[in-house]
Design a protein around this ligand. Sequence first.
Ligand code: MLT
Length: 309
Amino acid sequence: LGAFIATAEAQTYPTRNITVIVPFAAGGPTDVISRIVTGHMAQTLGQSIIIENVVGAGGTTATTRAARAANDGYTLITGHMGTHAASVPLYPKLAYHPEKDFEPIALLAGTPILILARKDFPPKDLKEFVTYVKANAEKVNAAHAGVGSVSHVSCELLHSILDIKPVGVPFNGTGPAMNALVAGQVDYMCDQIVNAVPQINAGTIKAYAIATAERNPSLPNVPTTAEAGLPAFQAQAWNAMFAPKGTSPAIVASVNAAAVKALDDETVKKRLLELGSVIPAPKDRTQEALATLVKSEIAKWSPVLKPAN
Ligand code: MLT
């Protein structure tokens, strides 16, 4: 009987609004990607999708809430490289496990990392930046979206390469962190590209380099870290949708299908590409591919990241 009811539910799903939790503030990369993709998914699923921004603790507050939500398909979460991988080594008392407490739904976007600074930060290019932050490591500060966020983890990687420990300035997301960078209140940030393209193009911040092998078509004038003299710094994050563990396979499959359809939509693709995101190849859009990505990212970050205290 239980299986019969589950099948019947999946056949009618969804019958009401779906909430997608975004673990960071509005206007940041995870929020922007979620809104672009779920806008199209709502048309496919025939119900509204409401984005709920739940901030705090580098995204882990929201992710804990999502792990404990009813597994009925009406509460989903957009997690990322931080919430669903880097948080594991960084938070020894993490109240969820990315693999045990979630059903992977689909990868939504790859997000290259950029080294950005306030527009009047003295260094002109990446070589000068390296010299400057090494010489002024006690004075400079790096904005981020909380311990375990992508911006935090990416700059930790950069700082370990440069062998410096500057002060970090936490925000509830890189949306507000970007506002502080534009206002000149913080010095620099390692942020996902989505957040940065409009500001770089408007000249309100500086971009020293993109930490990927190739330049990004949305920012053709921004050199790669290899071109700019720091090849060791390579970083690309990702954002993906998850459901609480135990959500019925049929519901997860129908949300996956809606996400895949959104990623094939010309308007969605154009918007994601304009913001520099990497659209997952079809083979990377399956639930299995996301499960594999989460496992490999936890394995990759666990030896690199240590708890803050
Ligand atoms: C955000 O949406 O604010 C970001 O994904 C934060 C981050 O992880 O750096």
